[in-house]
Ligand binder design. Sequence first.
Ligand SMILES: [Zn+2]
Length: 123
Amino acid sequence: MKTIMLFPLIMITLMTSAHSETDPDLPPAAYDHAFPGEIVLTELSTEPRVRKICQAFGADILPGGTVLACGFAIRGKCFIFTLSDADLKAYGHEPRNVMRHERAHCNGWIHEPRVQPRIEFPK
Ligand SMILES: [Zn+2]
């Protein structure tokens, strides 16, 4: 049985408006490639719902952190839970980069949990 790998993408408070290839959310090149299996993408309507399901799958989420998405591989499939593109943008994230981040987790990428202070919700 494969190990479940689950890592949340946590909101960065001091986000710059421009996202480029230097975006700290982007994974290392070694993990930034197509997933060799099915990707099951689930879009959820609110951040609390993303948080709840990511926690239910074992994500290590810090109190006060905002969870925009999480991704993990189970039995050769990549499961990604995320907010809508519009909501990701409202939180200051480029949806394409969020997908690359979570897909990289399915490809085995592990990064340190980010400690983040409380953030303001988008208007
Ligand atoms: Zn992550």
